[in-house]
Design a binder for this molecule. Structure first.
Ligand SMILES: [Zn+2]
Length: 130
């Protein structure tokens, strides 16, 4: 008897594919895109995670790493949309706010350098602004 094609469903999500899938997720590829790249169903990894605790843990770690990897660090979006408070994101958000059209042309009234602000100087400064 000659060996024909294997019977049953081929194992499309073997260990090699699992590693590739998790590596894609960890670098920020979205779940559906990673599944499409490997030619597997989007549900396959979730189903495997349901019956394999070790894979479920690796999947959770890869997803978390992917979330972190997707944050566009050094942009105001990283700060505003992803609530990242790293230095580059914070700096970008401050810069973005100070360049906002709302602030363009606004008169900034600085306190006199020689005086420490007191209740009176604050009042005078506010009165000066009108
Ligand atoms: Zn950041």
């Amino acid at each position: 008897m000659t060996a024909g094609p294997a019977r049953g469903r081929p194992c499309t999500f073997d260990e090699h594919a699992q590693d590739a899938y998790l590596a894609l997720l960890a670098t920020g590829t979205r779940i559906g895109d990673a599944a499409d790249k490997l030619g597997i169903s989007r549900r396959t990894p979730t189903q495997l995670a349901g019956r394999d605790r070790a894979f479920a843990a690796r999947l959770a770690n890869a997803k978390q790493a992917g979330r972190t990897a997707r944050i566009p660090h050094g942009t105001a979006g990283g700060y505003t949309n992803h609530a990242c408070r790293c230095r580059p994101c914070t700096t970008a958000a401050v810069h973005s706010r100070s360049n906002s059209p709302d602030r363009k042309g606004a008169d900034i009234h600085h306190l006199p350098d020689t005086q420490q602000p007191t209740a009176t100087t604050k009042f005078l400064t506010l009165a000066d602004v009108g």
